[in-house]
Design a protein around this ligand. Structure first.
Ligand code: MG
Length: 402
């Protein structure tokens, strides 16, 4: 089998998605997600100008060799743009291989390790009352795990909470909008929020919370400690993870589990946190961390240190990435949880998929390959529109982590 063509499809059905389609001489093709939220065109260029010309004529069944070729061969290793491009190729090649084998992808990955995949959804509200209402709605929909984010009294707007009562989609403007942040107001409010959620909904529902890199290590230690009575499933991204040593300080002070890694793109970004057992869940995704091939390596490494997977799965990933992720989740031994944020109807109209939701869990479906595809004629109706993520400032105007 040979690769005879590959193309990049960019569309914006409410938000931007980049899809790679690899076509073989035997009529089989595979698709992979190449979406890097807020920097989509950089990956398009990387694929079209450099990667696609290198793929033509290669045997698509040599997934590992092509992965190594694109990773080692570039000289400039790692980084989100290159690794997202590699991920798209890798996902499309696994799709082709599974189609050639006439089986669902999870079968090629070792078969299923579980019957169903627990996902968590998002509950966001502008204040305590509306947040509690959203948690109730998620529980009514059958979710067993809910990420709770709430507007903070005295702070104009914050991460994870929509200003207009629509679904939260942060990449919403041509140039970055600016948010304001107060660590002290947040730290005073967050424990009260979770106390209320537990009081109203009891102990059974899994609760998650995303700090979104807003704290310093000692502040994160305080938060983790104060949230202990409400036994969170995890506290996500408490501090930026460039300085991984700093997680020791958080760890020394709290038993609240920690999840990190949605912005990581390489196994080397995860290594120190995993091998020093400084986290409990690794959040790397198929699309940003070099595809299924590297995600398998990360998960196997993590399993040695009792770290479970918890893949990022917000709407910045297309249904193609979600499908690939669910095959991975189904097969991997040390699965923890999968994030799921429902795409809009408009977004869903561009993609077909076989995965399905039943009562808090997903299954990837039994279609051959990963089971997701893009309808190019519908995609054409929604041309690319630049959309940037916000930036964040403290109340005195200092630029902070978004
Ligand atoms: Mg996050």
């Amino acid at each position: 089998m040979k690769i005879i063509d590959a193309k990049v499809i960019v569309c914006s059905p409410g938000r931007n998605f980049v899809t790679l389609k690899i076509i073989t001489d035997e009529g089989l093709y595979g698709v992979g997600d190449a979406t890097l939220n807020g920097r989509e065109k950089a990956v398009v260029s990387y694929l079209e100008d450099y990667v696609i010309p290198m793929l033509i004529g290669r045997d698509p069944q040599r997934i590992e060799d092509i992965w190594q070729y694109l990773y080692r061969g570039v000289y400039w290793r790692r980084g989100p743009i290159g690794m997202t491009a590699i991920a798209a190729v890798d996902t499309a090649l696994w799709d082709i291989k599974a189609k050639a084998a006439n089986m669902p992808l999870y079968q090629l990955l070792g078969g299923r390790s579980r019957d169903k995949i627990m996902v968590y959804t998002h509950a966001n509200g502008l204040d305590l009352g509306s947040t509690l209402e959203q948690v109730g709605k998620a529980i009514d929909q059958g979710y067993k795990a809910v990420r709770v984010q709430s507007g903070i009294p005295g702070v104009a707007g914050t991460y994870g909470v929509s200003k207009n009562n629509k679904k939260y989609e942060p990449a919403d403007s041509d140039l970055p909008t600016e948010d304001t942040w107060s660590t002290e107001k947040y730290l005073n409010y967050a424990p009260k929020l979770f106390a209320e959620v537990r009081k109203q909904f009891g102990d059974d529902i899994h609760l998650l919370h995303d700090v979104h890199h807003r704290l310093t290590p000692i502040e994160a230690a305080r938060l983790g400690k104060e949230l202990e009575p409400y036994h969170l499933f995890w506290m996500e991204d408490p501090v930026p993870a460039e300085n991984q040593e700093s997680f020791k300080l958080i760890r020394h002070h709290t038993t609240t589990p920690i999840a990190v890694g949605e912005v990581f793109n390489s196994i080397h970004d995860c290594r120190e946190l995993i091998q020093n057992q400084l986290i409990d869940y690794i959040r790397t995704t198929v699309v940003h961390a070099g595809g299924i091939s590297q995600l398998k390596r990360i998960a196997d490494f993590a399993s040695l240190f009792h770290v479970k997977t918890g893949c990022h799965g917000a709407t910045d990933l297309s249904p193609i990435c979600m499908a690939a992720a669910l095959h991975f989740d189904y097969s991997v031994a040390n699965f923890g949880i999968q994030e799921h944020m429902a795409h809009s109807e408009k977004m869903e109209s561009v993609f077909t998929r076989d995965y399905r939701y039943v009562d808090g869990y997903f299954t990837p479906g039994e279609a051959i390959g990963h089971g997701a595809d893009i309808d190019e004629s519908i995609a054409k109706k929604y041309p690319y529109k630049r959309a940037c993520l916000p930036v964040n400032r403290l109340e005195d105007g200092t630029l902070w982590n978004w």
